[in-house]
Design a binder for this molecule. Sequence first.
Ligand code: FPP
Length: 228
Amino acid sequence: MDGNGRWAVNRGLPRIEGHRRGVNVVKDIVTECRRIGVKYLTLYAFSSENWSRPEKEVSFLMRLLKLFLLKEKRTMMKNNIRFNVIGRYKELPAFVQKELTKAMKETSGNKGMVLSLALNYGGRIEIVDAVRRIVSDVLSSGSGMAPENAAQAVNEDLLSDYMYTGGMPDPDLLIRTSGELRVSNFLLWQIAYSEFYVTQTLWPDFTAASLHEALEAYRKRDRRFGGI
Ligand code: FPP
């Protein structure tokens, strides 16, 4: 959801105003995705690198997140949306963690769509966390597996299951706003065959119509997954 800061600065406003406006766009896009039957929507809200921003901006984002959860939980229940978090969210401030855990628990039975927020998320760290969990599970399983057999048991499916996104399909489409042409450590493992769509539109200006433009472009792609 790139471009909040630039949107605000272009208008002579403080950067946080861009984030405030960005939350309204989150609501609109979640609603539109649910309406048209998207099953999984994952939004990159806070990267593990974003801690380097000014303390005031970080704490504003955390408070915004809490408010979003308090306000939108009811909408998620009404629209049958399951709320999910990917990332090391246990390193977020306790007051945010509390709301995240509550929202995940309360919406856990919803089946219409999965809305995942990537929070304190980094793609490389996710791979490190997955490998750590695999090693730890093997060592604590007491299976007495020979090392070469344990090594052979590691394959792409297993690694996928151990990612934060375990059980979710890989993204079909990745939309990047504000014209940046880089991946920025997002879902590195999962986007191996995702289609990319880059728009110059800044996130606060992104609308349901912008989403449909992206979907239209996606529809025209010829996905070959390495085949011909
Ligand atoms: C990137 O734009 C945006 C972020 C780091 C924060 C995104 C957060 C929100 C939209 C609000 C919180 C989310 C929810 C779901 C409540 P930027 O600040 O890097 O903009 P710039 O590239 O123009 O500086």
